[in-house]
Write a protein that binds this ligand. Structure first.
Ligand SMILES: O=P(O)(O)O[C@@H]1C[C@H](O)[C@@H](CO)O1
Length: 390
């Protein structure tokens, strides 16, 4: 409460190096600083608009600082860390690289505990719904629904076709937690933040993950509406030095250098391929290699030609960070792409890739996608995989 009032009442006024007039500053680590002392160089001051809100500021505790920090991170204005307050001012440390630092274990734990304390279900299977694939979550029964903005430390979805809710419920009696909407790096989120919900799932007890996405078909044998089971990926952003695991490694999740061969579980793929016949989907289900590009632009003809040469079957803008984080913490992963459009590889055409086409194809294929998702969840639950089983 106090932090919200602060956020509204105190504008940013600029940089100072010496503490202003008020004599006693409470540091976020519980220490005091006094007038004339020099603050560390990266900081800014907040000062009351209509006179000093001193009683308000003095009542700001360390917990409030932390909450404010999270608000700043969530609002995308990461990098402001409460350092000291007193009288009419508050000193905020500017951590310029703040948003590059993955959330500490405790913040992920806080999100997990928030959800666990509000649902009776204990899902061991997680699902991430891609663009236009959110209706999968409508299939769940006994649902507890959590809009992302209500979950501590969660980013928010900003893309059409991504509702932005965590839905926990049962599918054919199996408890499942389902992200109805995901986060992409083109929305401005660092890769670790795109994938942070996977760690929340992990701390809630999830050990198998079904990841879905919409993708453009590069393989010329594919058709719009096909479903490609992902057998491998090319982590293009990894080539450029970015990774959701970049930064200090937390061994509580997994090792510094996780293997990424067999990222997409072979047993699950084989069983699914055997059983799609029973769903009548054998003619539309394929296997292939997915590449993630950063987006939000769709690809140029030259880029698509390059991707085909290196063995890519479908191209998208997601999934890889989530899979990397899931594999790092020992989850078993199955992923599929809905081929929502065929990539345009001719120069001489007026045709254009569009998100409208992506959503329309996804809407058209909902029923089959739901059948397939049910099948995969059944296979996962009957297998009874426990993290680390491999
Ligand atoms: O979230 P996914 O990967 O399913 O969404 C794809 C990639 C872009 O977000 C969008 C482009 O149309 O669809």
């Amino acid at each position: 409460m106090v932090t919200q009032q602060l956020a509204r009442r105190v504008p940013l006024i600029g940089h100072e190096s010496v503490l202003p007039e008020t004599s006693n500053y409470l540091m976020s680590d519980g220490q005091h600083m006094t007038t004339g002392q020099t603050c560390p160089s990266n900081f800014v001051w907040l000062t009351g608009v209509n006179g000093p809100p001193s009683s308000l500021l003095q009542s700001v505790t360390r917990a409030h600082y932390r909450r404010m920090e999270r608000k700043q991170l969530q609002n995308g204005r990461a990098g402001l860390r409460a350092l000291a307050s007193g009288g009419g001012s508050m000193c905020l440390e500017q951590t310029v690289s703040g948003d590059e630092t993955p959330y500490p274990y405790e913040m992920i734990e806080e999100s997990a505990e928030f959800l666990l304390s509000r649902t009776k279900l204990r899902p061991k299977i997680g699902v991430i719904c891609g663009s236009g694939l959110g209706p999968l979550a409508e299939q769940l029964e006994d649902r507890d629904i959590f809009p992302y903005e209500t979950i501590p430390n969660f980013p928010v979805s900003t893309v059409a076709g991504h509702a932005g809710r965590m839905v926990i419920g049962t599918l054919d009696g199996v408890p499942v937690m389902c992200m109805q909407g995901r986060f992409h790096s083109y929305e401005g989120y660092p890769l670790w933040k795109c994938a942070m919900p996977v760690r929340v799932m992990k701390l809630m007890g999830v050990d198998q993950l079904l990841v879905t996405n919409a993708a453009g078909g590069i393989n010329r044998e594919f058709n719009i509406g096909d479903i490609m089971i992902i057998k491998d990926h090319i982590n293009m952003q990894g080539f450029a030095g970015d990774s959701p695991l970049r930064g200090r490694n937390d061994e509580r999740y997994g090792p510094r250098f996780p293997a990424m061969n067999n990222a997409y579980d072979k047993t699950l793929r084989q069983k699914t391929l055997e059983l799609v016949k029973d769903l009548g989907l054998q003619d539309v289900v394929r296997e292939g290699v997915y590449v993630m590009l950063g987006g939000p632009t769709y690809e140029t003809v030259a880029e698509l030609n390059l991707l085909r040469v290196v063995g890519v079957d479908a191209v998208g803008m997601s999934t890889v960070p989530e899979v990397v984080v899931a594999r790092h913490c020992g989850m078993r992963v199955f992923a599929f792409s809905l081929i929502t459009n065929m990539c345009i590889v001719e120069y001489d055409t007026e045709a254009k890739a569009s998100h409208t086409e992506v959503i329309e194809t996804a809407t058209m294929r909902q029923k089959d996608l739901q059948k397939l998702a049910r099948l995969i969840i059944k296979i996962m639950s009957e297998d009874g995989y426990v993290a680390g089983d491999e």
